[in-house]
Design a binder for this molecule. Structure first.
Ligand code: ATP
Ligand code: MG
Length: 249
């Protein structure tokens, strides 16, 4: 997936300006930047939740800029939200079944409702296992721990058979053990997906990222290997700077 010179303006505010990057299967591309840098705006333009003011999104050689979020999810672009997207009163299995059903139906396949349901449940069970939630199928989502709920969100995205995963702060609010589980899960998803990871947890970012892009004030400051970003004076000054996160870098 390729983002080409994406810009987004909110009135006079440039939330993103000419941001380009490429996501590749087998690689985790981390997108860093201070609060308000424009990271979620960028994800929203890739997912189709927000139309860009300028620029294009390419997927498998095709310009998909005009496709809606729903259409993009049907062709393999999955996203998780910075805030949770789970039906709290439904069980883990129901949440995943709904995700599988809402986006997987192939219009050219004539399935009976019962067959479609069986397929969706089978897919739900697979992704629950993949997200390490096996055993929690019948648990009501509202009673999950915070970390489990974020695992459920990943499972729900996986249920849509994505090739691209756009993940907005999947570790937000997690304790050490929960973070470690999520890092392990994301590491396992790398092989089969192109992943864009927006994350403030620097330990996780440097443990996972193959490529890092830094956004500041809506503009791409620098993009490169974790090592080059770690050593970049511009990045240190503009972002990692004086704050304590620099200790981890
Ligand atoms: N719908 C909107 N309307 C107006 N301004 C917006 C809108 N969405 C985002 N912005 C502004 O655009 C800028 C970028 O916001 P964005 O949410 O993309 O930042 P972010 O990097 O994701 O920040 P955080 O790390 O806090 O999640 C901010 O100044 C924000 O206030
Ligand atoms: Mg954000």
């Amino acid at each position: 997936m390729i983002a080409e010179q994406l810009s987004r303006y909110f009135g006079g505010l440039a939330a993103n300006q000419n941001v380009s990057l490429t996501l590749e299967r087998g690689k985790i591309h981390a997108l860093l930047g201070p609060n308000g840098a424009g990271k979620s705006t960028f994800i929203n333009m890739l997912s189709g939740d927000l139309p860009p003011s300028a620029g294009r999104v390419l997927f498998q050689g095709r310009d998909i800029s005009a496709l809606s979020a729903y259409q993009r999810s049907r062709i393999g672009i999955g996203r998780s939200f910075q805030r949770t997207n789970v039906f709290l009163e439904f069980t883990v299995l129901e949440n995943c079944r709904l995700a599988a059903q809402s986006r997987r139906q192939k219009p050219w396949r004539i399935l009976t409702p019962a067959q479609a349901d069986r397929e969706a449940i089978a897919r739900a069970e697979q992704v629950i296992a993949q997200a390490e939630l096996a055993g929690s199928e019948t648990q009501v989502a509202g009673t999950l721990s915070h970390g489990e709920r974020r695992q459920l969100e990943i499972a729900m995205v996986l249920a849509t058979d994505p090739q691209v995963l756009l993940l907005d702060e999947p570790l937000a609010g997690m304790g050490g053990e929960e973070s470690a589980r999520m890092v392990e899960l994301l590491g396992r998803l790398r092989a089969d997906h192109a992943i864009l990871l927006v994350e403030h947890d620097m330990d996780a970012v440097f443990a996972l990222a193959d490529v890092i892009t830094v956004l500041v004030n809506g503009e791409l400051l620098e993009s490169g290997s974790p090592e080059s970003i770690r050593q970049s004076p511009a990045v240190r000054e503009a972002y990692l700077g004086e704050d304590e996160e620099a200790d981890h870098v």
